[in-house]
Design a binder for this molecule. Structure first.
Ligand SMILES: Cc1cc2nc3c(=O)[nH]c(=O)nc-3n(C[C@H](O)[C@H](O)[C@H](O)COP(=O)(O)OP(=O)(O)OC[C@H]3O[C@@H](n4cnc5c(N)ncnc54)[C@H](O)[C@@H]3O)c2cc1C
Length: 501
């Protein structure tokens, strides 16, 4: 007699390769699995600040990823069931429909996602099915961490990194199941609902030709990107030197949207890096990509350890600063109209494409939280709505870190002007996203407000009309002495910072 099927509830693990939940279910049910993805309206609803919790570009990326996953599952013999609704309801119905004995899924570390998993667990009790949750989105497995309990996770990243590098090992990735059984009778698969199923106001904006790259959702596109970056362009060999670049597709891997949707696993990336080190070159850059993936792990484990504190104003350190809640200023930051070119260029790139470099993210976050002193959670919520690669633990963890309420014991401010001059020395990035400033000579491009109105007009800029006056007094915000490499605002240009991030 063939075993009862097992439902695999897919979440941020939209791949067949190195997918622990799928792999285990396939083994335990001899291939009789029913893979299902639920479009949960709670994840996509509008939030209190007036924008969707997660936005339209991310929704489109997920749609593409679902289509790709369905194709892969069909190749294996099954297919993907996509349903709209609360997983606790959808899965209970499906269990009854296919007479499943269990639901397997990947753990998510954050509170809302855990609450949904708890609701699913309770619902399964009601229909007589068991649940099995597995860990699977990190480089290091949670069971391999050198801590008795997660609460012992170090508060500082460097200590975590040294601990895992010395005392843990990375498990090899698992291959996709070789074959699956056809889906149970009466279960339809393959239809990916339109964007309006996520949020009825969603409409895909036109692609912006200035985008650093086109991100296509799905496992096949993820593998192609990794292959192109590492093998075809040999870009890994110089990752450490180029990763802060703002303009080029191969400045950094651009893997984040695929990693966060789970279209590729970090262990598969790690395995490819190992292979590259054996076949081509092993250097600081090859190590640095793994170093960054360990940052990703750190935020994920931190999220699991601190629970709701990841989203609290005082952060994981319980700080008590007073934050401003100035909607007008916040709106200018969101729309890229602060009058500070480097900030505005980055925010415009985010708004037009859903992507922003790590350097950009650090600067705009610091500008909002430290310079404008606006509630950092607003910034994190805006990022969550706009980013293609949104990952709650990386997003809120990094926001806390930059805002001085998180896992960085030092309270630091980025001097966004010295950062702009360092990372956009010729101004090509600002010119790409702020064409109003295109005629300004490079030496004035990052600080147009230092010029007299008449001088700006000579370069085709009407201050306060075609280009906004700065939202804050920049001379007070960044006193000249702080722009020196040793000043309080030296960003990550100093040695210690370069090493830490
Ligand atoms: C305020 C702020 C918010 C952020 N929000 C997110 C987010 O929602 N989702 C997200 O994936 N990353 C986030 N990051 C981290 C980082 O900016 C992006 O991962 C990176 O820019 C993605 O580009 P890439 O894939 O080319 O990175 P690469 O430089 O090629 O790095 C490779 C991978 O390492 C991981 N990584 C790199 N830097 C970090 C980091 N600082 N923290 C965690 N993981 C890292 C990512 O998975 C990335 O894809 C945030 C950073 C800041 C400062």
């Amino acid at each position: 007699m063939s075993p009862q099927p097992i439902i695999v509830w897919l979440r941020n693990d939209l791949r067949v390769d190195d997918n622990e939940a799928l792999w285990l279910a396939a083994r335990h049910a001899e291939g009789r699995v029913v893979p299902v993805y639920c479009i949960d309206p709670r994840q996509w609803a509008d939030g209190p600040l007036g924008f969707a919790k997660m936005g339209v570009r991310r929704a489109q990326f997920i749609r593409e990823s679902l289509a790709s996953l369905h194709a892969s599952l069909v190749r294996l013999g099954a297919g993907l069931v996509v349903r709209i609704g609360h997983p606790e309801v959808v899965l209970a119905q499906l269990v009854a429909q296919v007479d499943a004995r269990a639901v397997y899924f990947h753990d998510e570390p954050t509170t809302e996602e855990q609450a949904v998993a708890d609701a699913v667990t309770a619902a399964m009790r009601g229909v007589g099915a068991t649940v099995q949750s597995v860990w699977g989105a990190t480089l290091y497995h949670i069971d391999d961490l050198p801590y008795r309990e997660l609460e012992m996770l170090p508060e500082v990243f460097t200590n975590f990194r040294k601990d895992v590098e010395r005392q843990a090992r990375i498990r090899p990735p698992r291959d996709a199941p070789e074959t699956l059984c056809a889906l149970s009778e009466g279960v339809t698969a393959g239809e990916v609902p339109p964007l309006t199923a996520f949020n009825e106001s969603f409409q895909l904006p036109e692609a912006d030709p200035r985008a650093v790259m086109v991100f296509q959702g799905g496992e096949a596109a993820a593998v192609a990107r990794l292959d192109a970056y590492i093998w075809e362009h040999d870009a890994l060999a110089s990752y450490k030197e180029t990763r802060n670049g703002l303009l080029e597709v191969n400045d950094s891997t651009k893997l984040s949207p695929w990693l966060s949707a789970g279209c590729i696993s970090p262990r598969r990336v790690w395995q490819q890096v190992q292979s590259y080190e054996q076949r081509r070159v092993q250097n600081e850059s090859t190590y640095w990509l793994i170093f960054e993936l360990i940052w990703r792990d750190y935020f994920r484990f931190l999220g699991a350890a601190v629970g709701a504190r990841l989203f609290r104003l005082g952060g994981i350190r319980g700080r008590t600063e007073v934050w401003r809640q100035d909607r007008g200023m916040f709106a200018r930051w969101c729309s890229g109209e602060t009058g500070v070119p480097f900030i505005d260029a980055n925010m415009r790139e985010l708004n037009a494409t859903g992507f922003m470099s790590n350097r950009g993210r650090q600067n705009v976050a610091s500008f909002l939280a430290k310079t404008l002193q606006i509630d950092w959670r607003w910034g994190a919520a805006y990022f969550e709505s706009m980013l293609l690669d949104v990952d709650p633990t990386s997003n809120w963890g990094n926001w806390q870190y930059v805002s001085g309420v998180g896992s960085d014991p030092r309270d630091r401010v980025f001097n966004v002007i010295s950062q702009a001059k360092r990372y956009d020395a010729e101004g090509a990035y600002v010119r790409r996203w702020c064409p109003e400033l295109a005629e300004l000579p490079s030496e004035h491009l990052h600080e147009p407000y230092l010029l007299q109105d008449r001088a700006l007009q000579r370069h085709g800029i009407e201050p306060g009309v075609t280009w906004p006056r700065p939202v804050v007094d920049m001379k007070t915000a960044y006193p000249k002495r702080s722009s020196s490499p040793r000043g309080r605002g030296r960003g990550r240009s100093g040695r210690a910072r370069g090493r830490s991030r």
